[in-house]
Write a protein that binds this ligand. Sequence first.
Ligand code: GLN
Length: 184
Amino acid sequence: MRVVIGVLALQGAVSEHIKMVTACGVTPRSVKTQADLKGLDGLTIPGGESTTIRKLLVREQMLEPLKKLVQQGFPVFGTCAGLVLLAQPDLLNGLKGTVVRNGFGRQRESFETELTVKGWSKPYHGIFIRAPYLSEVQQPAEALVTLADGRIVAAQQNHVLVTSFHPELTGDTRFHRYFVEKMI
Ligand code: GLN
């Protein structure tokens, strides 16, 4: 069966996600309208500016349909701004936790660091750009990457995966592969 993964293409790092999805051996589809959501096996929501993406989702009348899909168990992977959209209760409400937007302050607005991912033997190179984090998550959400100071920067709740950082800006397909192979 052909697996088709959508990449929300309203704003942000769209082409990078398309490359990653393609590298995982599945068919990507850029998603710009409500109709594009039909028949997908999953969706990735890129980094960008969550306020802008939210406004465009409302303009395209996609916020409610997408929220409904997420509540029904549709697999979604959100990076950075995508995390904000997925974890905010008034937006897509797909993961239980508390989001701190632009949570790393001015000096560290952008930084890179090696991350330990729960259950993975090799570290993952995290690229953070004005990144949010989760100060806590609640069951059934689970933290996958927690920094030494307790900030949660990757988490999963059943079919919803979020990272504060940008796997699509690395050449390391493990997060996308995990999404495609374990969550679809
Ligand atoms: N700070 C942005 C937001 O809150 C996210 C930044 C990003 O996606 N690189 O939407």
